[in-house]
Design a protein around this ligand. Structure first.
Ligand SMILES: [Zn+2]
Length: 483
């Protein structure tokens, strides 16, 4: 049996919670979380005791926070028993699950770093390898390679939440999701997406080809109405196919950008070309796909708080930051079976927003769109931080530009940025405009004024001359070791 057939069988055998979301539900994502909290309430006396009630009719902010704290204690007990790493880690820190009674108590638990995970991946594993269904490897540009495992339960839980998230973005029976994740071979988001569509009763189509015409053909043949995929690739399809086809006539209702940061410049170009909203999803391999998803209000991303707990800390002091303040995003898994992670440092910058959103949620927190992984950052000049999202905003505001990469090297004592643009238009006028946009990035402007950065260079490449590259490889640093 193929992996996909196995998933299908597991889905059919298991009644997933997303099946119980009423059809006319306004907030399927939050409804799903409420159902999950109710289930936990029924099964676990400790949760009932913590809440001090025997009956739960409605889940509000207080009830949901108690649910999360109960899950943290459970996940700690589970990792203490089953993970070599956490057994020692909690003992050395002198912290036990019973100590965690409030949100403030969380800071008593030591954080887990990507480096710790990369050093001893098997010490995090809580089940025997034979029980794992999938192992995903992930690397940042820092070269920290991590291995994350999933059991069948983990995969089904992910598929379950993704299906409620798809309902939340507005998919209905009869809709077809076109899944575009080329070059993401190491793990299979397509499989999970297709599984989620199966659960929710939506159709799905997918193509892993980098060929633009192949992608467009698949969309047409399947009458796809929603698109999900890597924004850098959807963008490429948009610019190249938009030359020949009126994309607005394709009948796409919404585009969901996943697995890479979405710049506002890219979002605008996509929305104008397809004539539909573009929503952002945030996730990381360590916690599976779709950890947070935008609603139509586009005021931050709604988080999957039934399976994950989010904190924002000051990266220097480790203390919690108030709502709205930017800091490092810390994530704790609440229900993971294979590789649970407690207070994991994502190296991503975000902010936490209080419950309440115009889309009608009552207890769910949102996070600010993460500004890009800190491990994709590099420094120029006097330590000015630059990262792909920053360049995206400047370069991809021009819809003629299909893709780009940046080479950073040195010219004498100064740093030098060379932007190689794959573009439909190769005129000097566009070159000037791009240069102006780059010079308006404060980090670049500052470094030039301080005479630590050369004037950026802009080079054009003809369309089709570049292979598709994912966002992680956009910055090529040739300076050797640089702090
Ligand atoms: Zn909302």
């Amino acid at each position: 049996m193929s992996a996909w057939e196995k998933v299908k069988v597991a889905i059919v055998r298991r009644k997933l919670l997303s099946n119980r979301i009423p059809e006319d539900c306004k907030n399927p994502l939050e409804e799903w979380m409420a159902i999950k909290a109710m289930e936990t309430f029924k099964k676990h006396p400790e949760f009932r005791k913590a809440l001090g009630v025997n009956k739960l009719d409605e889940v509000g902010p207080e009830e949901f926070q108690e649910y999360q704290l109960f899950r943290v204690r459970e996940q700690m007990r589970y990792t203490q028993e089953n993970s070599i790493f956490y057994r020692d880690y909690f003992r050395k820190a002198g912290v036990s699950p019973e100590d965690i009674r409030s949100y403030d108590d969380l800071v008593r638990i030591p954080m887990t770093t990507p480096e710790q995970m990369a050093a001893e991946p098997m010490h995090f594993l809580c089940v025997s390898v034979t029980k794992t269904e999938r192992a995903f490897s992930t690397t940042g540009t820092t070269g920290v390679r991590k291995r994350v495992f999933y059991t069948r339960e983990d995969l089904l839980a992910k598929i379950d939440i993704i299906s409620s998230a798809l309902m939340n973005v507005g998919m209905k029976k009869g809709d077809v999701l076109h899944i575009m994740f080329p070059t993401v071979g190491a793990w299979d988001p397509s499989l999970m997406m297709a599984g989620a569509c199966l659960v929710a009763g939506f159709g799905s189509s997918s193509s892993s080809s980098v060929d633009i015409e192949e992608q467009m053909k698949t969309i047409v043949v399947n009458n796809s109405t929603f698109i999900i995929g890597l924004p850098s690739f959807i963008y490429r399809v948009t610019v190249l196919a938009g030359e020949k086809v009126d994309l607005k006539s394709m009948g796409i209702k919404k585009i969901i950008s996943a697995a890479e940061p979405l710049s506002e410049a890219m979002r605008n170009t996509l929305q104008n070309a397809w004539g539909c909203p573009v929503l952002d999803v945030w996730g990381m391999t360590e916690f599976g796909l779709a950890c947070a998803v935008e609603c139509d209000q586009r005021v931050g991303l709604h988080t999957d708080e039934a399976n994950l707990l989010f904190e924002i800390i000051d990266p220097d002091t480790g203390q919690h930051l108030p709502y709205g303040e930017k800091g490092e995003l810390i994530v704790t898994s609440l229900t993971a079976e294979a590789t649970p992670l407690i207070r994991y440092r994502t190296r991503d910058i975000s902010a936490l927003y209080p419950p309440g959103c115009d889309c009608g949620t009552r207890f769910n927190h949102r996070i600010a769109k993460p500004s890009g992984r800190m491990d994709l950052m590099t420094k120029i000049g006097l330590g000015q931080k630059v990262y792909p999202l920053l360049f995206d905003e400047a370069v991809l505001r021009f819809p003629e530009i299909i893709s780009y990469h940046v080479i950073i090297d040195r010219a004498g004592y100064k740093d030098r940025l060379t932007f190689c643009l794959e573009s439909l238009d190769q005129s000097d006028i566009l070159k000037e405009k791009v240069l102006d946009a780059l010079l308006s990035i404060p980090e670049i402007e500052y470094s030039i004024n301080e005479e630590l950065l050369e004037m950026p260079r802009v080079l054009f490449r003809p369309p089709g001359s570049e292979d598709y590259t994912s966002k992680a490889k956009i910055i090529i640093d040739k300076r050797g070791n640089y702090d």
